[in-house]
Design a protein around this ligand. Sequence first.
Ligand code: 4AD
Ligand code: MG
Length: 446
Amino acid sequence: PPATKVKIRGCANYHEKRVRVFGWVHRLRQQKENTFIVLRDGSGYLQCFISGKLAQTYDALTLTLESTVEIVGTMKPVPEGKTAPDGHELIADYWKLIHAAPSGDDAFSNKINEHSDPSLLADYRHLVLRGEKAASVLRVRAAMLGAFRTTFEKLGVLEVTPPCMVQTQVEGGATLFKLDYYGQPAFLTQSSQLYLETCLPSLGDVYCVQESFRAENSHTRRHLSEYTHLEAELAFITFDDLMTHIENIICDSVEILLADPVISKLVYQLNPKFQQPKRPFMRLDYRDAIKWLNEHGIKREDENTHEMVDHVVGDDIAEAAERKMTDEIGVPIFLNKFPRELKAFYMKRVPGDEEYTESVDLLMPNVGEIVGGSMRISDMQELLEGYKREGIDPAPYYWFTDQRKYGTCEHGGYGLGVERLLAWLCDRYTVRDCSLYPRWPGRATP
Ligand code: 4AD
Ligand code: MG
């Protein structure tokens, strides 16, 4: 019978039928008479059984990992007592070597393995991606972005694509990547927030999935120089509405993600203890968090004396303290109402409590901050004062200021670090494992 060309993912539908598959030799076991290949084509893994004359050829006897092959045969259930991915295997009646990967010193398994040095693994990221864990994380990542888009669509929030090359800052001048733009100073964007705000009067609530860039000299588990930033902006809302919306975006999207059995299996393989977040998230006022840290003996390092001291109101809660608190509490936390001096120029103050802002970070166990958001200043005069306080020249921001001139409104939004969310979801130690080709200080290759 003729063979149908299929992707491995669809093979389960072809029991007792002849199929033709193409892929890479992911695992290889050679016995005297037989060759077992676990074939990988990016859509899945398939055990292939090659026996008899087919296993005695030069190509079969010298086959190497990562070689590319074509295999034709019949799909059969795996005999009892044996295992294979997804419980079926391909019994080959024809196979062909397409390209032989090297053996010896240059063999794939000699290039990298799980004990390789991290900097070597970073150099060989293009090969690391062929591993099951790396591929699983990237699959979950793609599904997660899809789930977010579905949720936004359900909520009537429109996707837009703001520019990456800009002439304004959002989150402080210190972390800007500068570039020469036809002789003019320009930057790689830190956040698309200001552009999203300008869309509200035209398109209503909007979101974007865009790369953001931060020249942060931080070699931490959760900082990248380039990361994928999911940002949204919503008009005519209150601070409470903003938090409820973030809760819904996260919970609904995770629910959509886990409804896909293939993806759900990957998530629980990577993170067996994963707990779906429950609404409503805990809300913790910044000042109560400072109290909590002191009551639990979580100290901060004094900049001058380098001694460990208690936190005081006004302190930026450092990554380590934040993570300890989040891990101890063990559930998502909306840490909110940060002091004005810790936060950006555009943030709205808490009415009647003017030294604090309507700002919120969402903290997740194992990672800490994955979302940062706030209500925005809607009054033009107040925004002009905000620029002044931060030492920002208002001229290049004329278009942003205009939003407060031509029909202002109460509005707010947030940014979510996609790699940080994935580190939480897939239980990865570092965000570097959640990016296709991660960038950090000193690393922009491959
Ligand atoms: O808290 P951030 O700096 O907030 C903003 O950029 C706002 N303008 C967003 C907005 O309101 N539209 O960044 C938002 C999120 C953080 O919570 C974090 O998850 C992620 O972006 N993030 C980073 N992720 C990886 N590497 C870095 N260097 C990051 N900096 C921020
Ligand atoms: Mg932040």
